[in-house]
Write a protein that binds this ligand. Structure first.
Ligand code: HEM
Length: 158
């Protein structure tokens, strides 16, 4: 029961994180292209601030629930006399998941503050550069997230 609850939480957090990146990149960003730089950058700054705060919590929950599920599975197998080795898809998920967290840390604690400073100082070219860098890293994380979901679900069904 606890396992199922944590797996559900894990997946809901993944949906928020990956789905939010899809929304920001494919729907929000192109719709703002017509706006003037000050309005566009202020709006993106406000939206990303809220989204990154939510992802900060969601990514911590993804990591904690994932590590807990691995620990519980390993403990049960060892207690029942079997040996435990991490399934390949879990290994891929753990390694790429930690990489996603590291990239998110760079986005939240290095690039976003750069955007904040530019918006506060009305330095619009610097703001556009920071936003461009954020966009690139969000795309990398989105790609990693999709790879994880495909590998995990294909692995589980084989
Ligand atoms: C950060 C490190 C992570 C760890 C340690 C981890 C670990 C786990 C574990 C142990 C499960 C349970 C699998 C099962 O019971 O079959 C699971 C499920 C899942 N995780 Fe992760 N995970 C991590 C990050 C991620 C990320 C970043 C994503 C997607 C972007 C993701 C997507 C999934 C999916 C789709 C499932 C459900 C798989 C199924 O139902 O077969 N995980 N994760």
């Amino acid at each position: 029961m606890l396992y199922a609850l944590l797996k559900t939480l894990h997946l809901l957090c993944v949906i928020l994180w990956v789905g939010g990146m899809v929304f920001a990149h494919f729907f929000l960003r192109p719709s703002l292209a017509e706006l003037d730089a000050p309005v566009r950058l202020r709006l993106m700054h406000a939206v990303l601030g809220r989204f990154f705060n939510a992802v900060l919590v969601a990514s911590a929950l993804v990591l904690a629930s994932g590590v807990w599920m691995i620990g519980r599975t390993a403990r049960h197998m060892v207690q029942s006399g079997a040996s435990f080795s991490l399934p390949l898809e879990w290994l891929v998920m753990s390694v790429l998941g930690v990489l996603m967290l590291a990239i998110f840390g760079h986005l939240r604690f290095a690039l976003y503050p750069r955007l904040s400073r530019a918006v506060a100082g009305q330095a619009w070219p610097a703001g556009a550069t920071a936003l461009q860098a954020i966009r690139r890293w969000v795309m990398v994380n989105l790609g990693l997230g999709v790879v994880i979901v495909v590998v995990t679900l294909m692995g589980a069904s084989s």
